[in-house]
Design a protein around this ligand. Structure first.
Ligand code: URA
Length: 428
């Protein structure tokens, strides 16, 4: 019989844990036989001592085995995952693009977390849309139309739920092996055979610094490769909101605009095409990078991606002929001076959008699907004094104080910002 005390001590003293010891920990966390205080002590030891590649892969696999493992019944299941951003609607654009290129997409996804939005919440702003399909309906839809997006089942990696909740209250969230195994365990349990990661860095990201984001990306790639699930990562900038709209129905509108080639943020479009290219390359490895990009772009430009999105919405009970939820109040924020937009703070805007109902303060809170912000300017734009910079959509009247806090998300200056290019770096 293993003594958990010895496992904590071993990690505390900086040694690598064996696969058996890691399994014992994950089983004991899931069934509650190891008390919270001992689990927390080990998490803190991992936080300080780290884990090597082999341990991190073993931890991931132990968490995968703690719950249901989905087999979608396809020879290849390509999935994408984003580490979370603001105005980041890539899934709603990438999934229909690649599905229109013949890459089946069976996607389980989540709700908003903190200042970041979630795909499930966004899709639920479409009248009638259901993200709660049965496993049979899910598989049948993927077979029939090549695309389904549903809410992640609670039986996926239950060990992660226990450990995440403990990490959240013991200051052990920010450990790269723990984050990487948490994310990858959910992807693997949901049946992904090939994975594309969108790892954000910058002010609105989970990992603000580029070196940390690089390390996180590399750690997840190593896990995937060790477990036989090829993984690539794009590192993308989250110093400013990716899209022009923040809020659930507003983000659906922007995804539809991009799919219809009728505007939307060029950065959101570019990151979506880059992610689509990587998913296509996983599925058709004989294709060149240039052809994969051109294939994705053609699906978008021709409207085939939009048609695929519409097909998915209909298959999941949604009705796009019903107008998306509209807010009762709209208020415009104007620039107080002329100049260049040097920065737009995604963290602040994400947080303020939650305050007006676009996200949840606590589990179970009701979302106001119509609430959010529409950016009228992007970083690098030149604005005149009194020009509109943002429009608020809200169900409640807005105070002057709220508008002032919104204003502080914008930094205007005399000189243009030095870098306005979208930064995308590929790692594999
Ligand atoms: N997202 C996850 O799923 N897990 C983490 O640990 C951090 C972010």
């Amino acid at each position: 019989m293993m003594r958990f005390y010895e496992i904590i001590k071993k990690k505390r003293d900086g040694h690598a844990l064996s696969a058996e010891e890691i399994d014992f920990f994950v089983r004991g966390s899931t069934d509650g036989s190891i008390p919270d205080y001992q689990q927390s002590a080990l998490l803190m030891a991992i936080f300080f001592r780290g884990m090597d590649e082999r341990e991190t892969a073993d931890l991931t696999m132990a968490m995968v085995k703690s719950g249901t493992q989905i087999d979608i019944g396809l020879p290849k299941a390509v999935d994408k995952h984003s580490t979370g951003g603001v105005a980041d609607t890539t899934t709603l654009i990438v999934a229909p693009i690649v599905a229109a290129c013949g890459v089946p997409v069976a996607k389980m996804t989540g709700r908003g977390l903190g200042h970041t939005g979630g795909t499930v919440d966004k899709l639920e702003s479409i009248t009638g849309f259901s993200t709660a399909l049965t496993m049979e309906q899910y598989k049948e839809q993927v077979t029939k139309i090549g695309l389904a997006i549903i809410s992640a089942s609670s039986s996926i990696a239950p060990a992660d739920k226990v450990l995440y909740a403990l990490r959240d209250v013991t200051a052990t969230i920010e450990s790269i092996p723990l984050i990487a195994s948490s994310i990858m365990s959910k992807k693997l349990a949901a049946g992904a055979t090939h994975i594309v990661l969108d790892v954000k860095f910058g002010r609105g990201a989970f990992m603000a610094d580029l070196p940390d984001a690089l390390y996180l990306a590399q750690t997840m790639i190593n896990i995937g490769n060790r477990l036989g699930r090829p993984t690539v990562a794009l590192l993308t900038n989250m110093d400013a909101p990716l899209g022009n709209r923040i809020g659930n129905a507003l983000e659906i509108r922007e995804a539809l605009d991009i799919l219809a080639n009728q505007g939307g943020s060029p950065d959101l479009r570019e990151v979506s095409l880059a992610l689509a290219r990587e998913m296509i390359l996983h599925y058709f490895p004989e294709m060149s990078v240039t052809t994969a990009y051109a294939t994705a772009k053609e699906a978008l430009d021709s409207g085939r991606a939009l048609a695929k999105f519409t097909e998915m919405v209909e298959a999941q009970g949604g009705d796009l002929s019903v107008a998306l939820p509209q807010a009762r109040y709209r208020e415009t924020l104007y620039a107080q001076r002329e100049g260049f937009v040097r920065a737009i703070d995604p963290l602040l805007l994400g947080g303020l959008s939650v305050e007006i109902g676009a996200g949840r303060h606590k589990k179970g809170d009701k979302i106001d699907y119509a609430a959010g912000f529409e950016l009228v300017v992007r970083v690098g734009d030149k604005v005149a004094s009194d020009a509109p910079i943002l429009i608020v959509h809200a169900s409640i009247p807005l105070t002057a104080h709220f508008m002032e806090r919104l204003r502080s998300a914008f930094l205007l200056g005399d000189a243009p910002p030095s870098v306005t290019d979208w930064h995308i770096e590929r790692l594999s």
